[in-house]
Structures are given as C-alpha cells and as structure tokens.
Design a binder for this molecule. Sequence first.
Ligand code: TYM
Length: 307
Amino acid sequence: MRVFSGIQPTGAKHFGNYSGGFRQYAATQERGEAFFCVVDLHSITVDYDPAALREQTLDLAAMLFATGLDPGRSTVFVQSHVTAHAEAAWLLSAVASYGQLGRMTQFKDKGDGREFVSAGLFTYPVLMAGDILLYQADAVPIGDDQRQHLELARDIAERFNARFGETFREPTGIYPNVGARIMDLQEPTRKMSTTGGTPQGTLLLLDPPDVLRKKIRSAVTDSGSEVRRGDDKPGVTTLIDIMSVATGETPGAIEERYASGGYGPFKADVAEAVVELLAPVQARYAEVRSDAGELERLLAVGARKAR
Ligand code: TYM
C-alpha cells in the first residue's frame, strides 16, 4: 500500500494537526510505503516571509520526526525540492473543474475578507491532487477539513483516466475515528486552527505545560455539569475527544468515568493527559531541531527518493 500526506510549514502546529495529521502519519507508515511532504508550495498562496518559511520548513520536519516518523522507513521531504509537484499542478489543471474549485469551502474561508486573493489560493487543491496522484497513493491520512480536497483529487484522477486511459490510482482518505475535527476550546463551533480559531482556544504542540493547563482549564464548557458528548455540548465533546486522542481510551470509557464528577476534575485530568502526551514530543523536538544540518541531510535523502 502506498501512503501519502502533506502538511503546511506555516503556522504553529496544534492539537488538531496532531489528531488528524501527525499521529496518523506515524501509524500509517507501518502499513505500507509512506511519503510525507512538507508542502511549502501550498504555503506561498497567502502572504509569507521567505526567510521565515525556510525556518518553518525545518521546524515542521523536526516535528514530523519528533512525533514518530522514522526516516529509515518513511520518505520525508519538501515539496519544492521535487519539481514534479508544480508540473503536475499545471497539467492536471486542464482536467480540473473551475466550478468545483469555486465550491471549495477552504478557498471561501481563507479568501474571505482578504484584500488580495491570489489565483494560487484558488488552484491550491489542484496542486494537492498532483501531490497525491504523482505517488499513486492508495491511502491519504488527513483530518476532516481535507475531505473535500481529497474528493476533488479523486474526481481529477477519474476524469484523467476516462479521457487518457487508466493512469492514476484513485486515493482513499484515512480519517481518525475520534478527533477527525478537533474544535477550538473557546469557540467550539469552529475548528481548532491558527488562522481561523482563537489563540486561547488553540493548544500548540510546543506550548509549555502550564500554558496547556491554563488553556484547558479555561475551555468553554456547556450548561449542566454532565461529562458527555453531544451536539448540545460542543465544548465538553471537544475535551472528551482530546482526552481520547491523548490516552487512546474510547470516548465512552471517558464519559463513564467522569459522568457525575463535574467539570473541574475532568478538565484537570484532560490537561494532565495532554501534558503527558506532549512532554516527550517536545523533548524529542528540541533534540532533533537543534541539528539543522542533520535535518537538511534527511530532507535531501527524502527528496532524492521522492524524485
Ligand atoms: P494542513 O497543513 O492545514 O493540516 C495538516 C493536517 O492536519 C489536519 N487538521 C486537523 N485535524 C483535526 N482537527 C483539526 N482541527 C485539524 N486542523 C488540521 C488536516 O486535516 C491535515 O491532515 N491542504 C493540506 C496539506 C496538503 C495535503 C496534500 C494533505 C497538501 N497536499 C496531499 C494530504 C495530501 C493542508 O493544508 O493541511
């Protein structure tokens, strides 16, 4: 089985990225031949600083290794180091539907209210389709917010195959059972995100333990004091999901344990679970990130394999 996924280097990585991204990457690398790409070409579709982007590319590579990718097993590389990605985006744009691109919710969200909206932001999902199709990926581990983009990639493959003969494999998305869409702790009707969420409601993977605790303690909870999931309880549902992702327990087991205990002790335990999960990740990150030369070497090896 071929596995492919990509993640953007810009913006601090958060618990949503861990849930839909990093932890799934580490798990799927065991299941086949896996490629993980730092998608810097995607990040240039909105305003960015070139020097900062280079540093963030190394930051993200370090986080990929710190969360469990094994360079001996997985091919980890930078998108701009493999020119086929940009080429594929142009070639595939000829079989991508303009109408369908206009319906992408991420384009509408990210473009809304901006003074300058680049054409690249609009054609971004075609580049993503190219990323996936070039590697003949069967499986694409992602969070729920990438579902529509993956559908578009499948449509592009199908249209290309129908027009020119069987060429591309049609990829399937792999979504976590719990935590496919982690919500903001302050505004639990919005997804956790460094661009669309609130800073206090976003758990960063590199937040110090006390910051994590404070953010979780001040998370919005809903009326009533029952610890259970439900559409009427988006805040508590988010905390249960986060605890489930952090500990590997099912949401049901968590609900049972805290059913009548009230929010206070529950939140304190969620915080400790997250701190316990992230402490070793942060330690590994610091170690890996301190050797930029080694990171660059690993990425060069990855790019060679990917090419
Ligand atoms: P990106 O960089 O925004 O996010 C990386 C991964 O994190 C997941 N994610 C979440 N999962 C659960 N809850 C959340 N709140 C949350 N926020 C983010 C995303 O679903 C993603 O899996 N377009 C992609 C990058 C990309 C890509 C690809 C992915 C480019 N080419 C090819 C797969 C295959 C993106 O911007 O992800």
